[in-house]
Design a binder for this molecule. Structure first.
Ligand SMILES: NC(=O)c1ccc[n+]([C@@H]2O[C@H](COP(=O)([O-])OP(=O)(O)OC[C@H]3O[C@@H](n4cnc5c(N)ncnc54)[C@H](O)[C@@H]3O)[C@@H](O)[C@H]2O)c1
Ligand SMILES: O=c1ccn([C@@H]2O[C@H](COP(=O)(O)OP(=O)(O)O[C@H]3O[C@H](CO)[C@@H](O)[C@H](O)[C@H]3O)[C@@H](O)[C@H]2O)c(=O)[nH]1
Length: 463
């Protein structure tokens, strides 16, 4: 058995590294068109930050794990081909802003069809709209060179920041397909380290749809608790206390009830919008509207937070310095895709605030690129005014102390652990007074900070 994976991103890289680590008998070849990314996978500086990933890659790389840009060669040699390319929201044409852009999936399928000989198992690892496998199968079956294919759906459930843990000890592995032999071949790979009873098998369509549904349910929990956080702020209830009280009900459970400035990441919004688009496509208008509300509430939460900052700072942040702590969409990742921080920062910039941003893992280049994209329209056009604001009013610094010096306020946008351990007396002394803290993650010790002298504003807590 030889494996190839097309796409060396946040999913393809870690997932294949884990398969290679746990299955030393299986050669795993990860390919990508992006030479810089492949070079990084072959270096000591991996392209993604993920706790524990360095060790996994080091153990397998050079033994049975290879990274290259030789897409055709890798496909030709493999018995099993994972497709793990990006499936972003379409930004143009029919379904723009909602439907998944399947261009990269289709290109992979065509490439596999062109290069393959003999029999191959093609595994959809990317998150796809239900019934995509139908299109993939049609493209593969028109290869015309005698090759035969089975298509499996094997969606990935890892979360960034805990990818290694999630891959090592997943709640379940899901495999959808039609051919028992192909399903068994993929089960055998995972069975190297995962109990059989945690490997679920379904038909293709259930597997594809389960991935979108899982993300919709998870995001819905975040939007639900965030909706309640607004009511807490208005009534004197405390959202963390409410979350604890409801989370002890075993039917609800304690996870994914942390109020925040809104969910981010490359998946939740994209996958729900995709679900909404599918529902509309099948004429299920009410169902579409139900799920869309999860995204609408999330946008409201981000906007509510920046508005609260402006209102609290005496209705103006123009020319005020605001220290932004954290830019990644969650802790323990360098990923900024759809981070709520982007939109909070954009709104504050448009109010003419001066932002000093610190994130332990996100480079300045990514911060500026994200802000530029958030200020641009779908065609990538940005106004001169926004461009100037990003150039002149954004400074990226290398620690929280520098960020907070002379600041009017601190906004905590990512829940990095290191923010809890700082010298808050020192920070307070160096700030403009009154010194405000807006804790968008309910991360800090609010009582301690109030004692130091800060004026604290937290999500789902009224002052
Ligand atoms: N990021 C996550 O945590 C996560 C978790 C579960 C599922 N997913 C899903 O997995 C898929 C991949 O997500 P990601 O975050 O890894 O994306 P990514 O953008 O990090 O990586 C995708 C990679 O595919 C490469 N690629 C695109 N077309 C190619 C082609 N024709 N040939 C070779 N390489 C090609 C790109 O260059 C890129 O490096 C998406 O469908 C996503 O929804 C992501
Ligand atoms: O109680 C919570 C939990 C999460 N979040 C936010 O929600 C977003 C997503 O977090 P998380 O789900 O932990 O990270 P992702 O890497 O986006 O993982 C999700 O998306 C992946 C891609 O599809 C799936 O594989 C995972 O199962 C699913 O958890 C982040 O901005 C979090 O800060 C909250 O605000 N409150």
């Amino acid at each position: 058995m030889k494996i190839c994976c097309i796409g060396a991103g946040y999913v393809g890289g870690p997932t294949m590294a884990m398969i290679a680590k746990q299955c030393p008998d299986i050669p795993v070849h990860v390919v990508d068109l992006n030479q810089a990314r492949i070079d990084a996978w072959n270096s000591d500086n991996l392209p993604i930050y993920e706790p524990g990933l360095d060790e996994v890659v080091k153990e397998a790389r050079g033994r049975n794990l290879t990274f290259s840009t030789n897409v055709d060669e890798a496909i030709a040699e493999a018995d099993m081909i994972f497709i793990s390319v990006n499936t972003p929201t379409k930004t143009f044409g029919i379904g723009a802003g909602r439907a998944a852009n399947l261009e990269f999936i289709e290109k992979c399928a065509r490439q596999i069809a062109k290069v393959s000989k003999g029999h191959k198992i093609v595994v959809e690892k990317s998150t796809l709209p239900v019934r995509t496998a139908e299109a993939v199968k049609r493209i593969l079956s028109s290869s015309g060179n005698g090759a035969t294919f089975d298509v499996l759906s094997n969606p990935e459930f890892l979360a960034e920041g805990t990818a290694v843990e999630d891959l090592l000890d997943p709640d379940r592995v899901l495999i959808g397909g039609e051919s028992p032999e192909s399903i068994k071949a993929l089960c055998d790979v995972y069975a190297h380290w995962i109990d059989r009873d945690r490997i679920l098998t379904t038909n293709l369509w259930s597997s594809e749809l389960s991935k979108l549904t899982a993300n919709a349910f998870l995001a819905q929990r975040v939007s639900s608790i965030n909706a309640i956080s607004a009511l807490c702020e208005a009534t004197g209830a405390d959202v963390d206390e409410v979350a604890r009280a409801i989370g002890t009900d075993s039917r609800i459970g304690p996870k994914f009830l942390k109020a925040s400035i809104g969910f981010g990441g490359s998946c939740f919004q994209k996958d729900i919008l995709n679900l909404v688009y599918l529902c509309e496509h099948f004429g299920l208008r009410e169902v579409a509207a139900y799920w869309e509300q999860v995204v609408i509430m999330n946008d409201h939460q981000k906007q509510r937070f920046s508005e609260r900052i402006v209102k609290t700072l005496f209705n103006t942040v123009s020319d005020k310095k605001i220290a932004v702590w954290g830019f990644a969409f969650k802790k323990d990742t360098n990923d900024t895709r759809e981070s709520a921080a982007i939109y909070v920062c954009r709104d504050l910039l448009r109010e003419r605030a001066r932002l000093t941003i610190y994130d332990p893992q996100v480079p300045e280049k990514s911060i500026r690129a994200e802000l530029t994209a958030a200020c641009s329209d779908m065609q990538g056009q940005i106004s001169e005014n926004d461009k100037r604001l990003i150039e002149q009013n954004v400074t990226v610094v290398s620690d929280c102390y520098e960020a907070s010096k002379d600041a009017h306020a601190i906004a905590v946008l990512t829940e990095w652990d290191e923010f809890k351990e700082l010298d808050f007396d020192r920070i307070f002394q160096a700030m403009q007074q009154p010194a405000f803290v807006f804790d968008g993650r309910n991360l800090l010790d609010h009582q301690k900070l109030s004692k130091v002298g800060f004026e604290l504003h937290a999500i789902g807590k009224c002052r």
